[in-house]
Design a protein around this ligand. Structure first.
Ligand code: CA
Length: 228
């Protein structure tokens, strides 16, 4: 079954452009022109990925992304934000509310499709992998669950992959570039600063059981997950 992409965009020309390229790439497409319509579609059938415009007529895409992240059913749904705002603060804000990636308008369809493909690949289940355990922190890829001393911790999809990458290489210093390659894959468009945003979110997720202390910043190096 092809992956289904929900496109939430009120500008018809852009919506059609994105839809066309998605269809060419073999994806099924659903279109919504406002958050209200998108909400109905998501309630009915869960798409595999959402391309979400920032500025929409009824509500901002940011608010919708936040709603999707709060709901257990849509918590792991990959979100790619479309934004006309090139300001760095806005990009970071978009990532902080739960978008997995963003593309600034005007964008090249080729770049957009590469990012959609990368997000879908990252979201694909890897059920065969066994659980990892470091200092009371346990990550179960099959169940997509993180436990700290037996307590379940809420970790977002990108942070989950980041943690998995770090936990499978404990005590090793990983540069931002190594993390980009390992966690984001062959993704040439993401900036190194994005790594810092996700590390910050990961630490917040691990705070309830104090496991955030395992994620160490190595000055001039990158990050390391300590074994204890
Ligand atoms: Ca718009």
């Amino acid at each position: 079954m092809p992956a289904t992409i929900l496109i939430v965009e009120d500008e018809p020309a852009i919506a059609e452009l994105v839809a066309l390229h998605c269809k060419h790439a073999g994806y099924a497409v659903q279109l919504a022109h406002a958050v209200m319509d998108a909400r109905d579609i998501v309630d009915e059938t869960l798409p595999d990925l959402v391309v979400l415009d920032w500025m929409l007529p009824d509500k901002s895409g940011i608010d919708f992304a936040r709603e999707l992240r709060k709901d257990d059913r849509t918590r792991d749904l990959p979100i790619l934000m479309l934004t006309a705002r090139a300001a760095e603060d806005d990009k970071v804000r978009g990532l902080e509310v739960g978008a997995d990636d963003y593309v600034t308008k005007p964008f090249s369809p080729k770049e957009l499709m590469a990012r959609i493909k990368a997000l879908l690949r990252r979201a694909a289940p890897e059920a065969s992998e066994s659980a990892l355990e470091v200092a009371g922190l346990r990550l179960d890829p099959a169940a997509h669950r993180v436990m700290g001393n037996g307590v379940e911790l809420k970790v977002g999809p990108t942070e989950f992959r980041l943690l998995r990458f770090l936990m499978s290489r404990p005590d090793r210093v990983m540069t931002r570039q190594a993390l980009l390659d390992g966690v984001w894959g062959d993704h040439v468009f993401i900036e190194e600063r994005t790594v810092d945003v996700h590390v910050r979110r990961l630490r917040i997720a691990l705070e309830p059981t104090g496991h955030d202390a395992l994620v160490e910043t190595v000055r001039g190096g990158g990050y390391r997950l300590r074994k204890k």
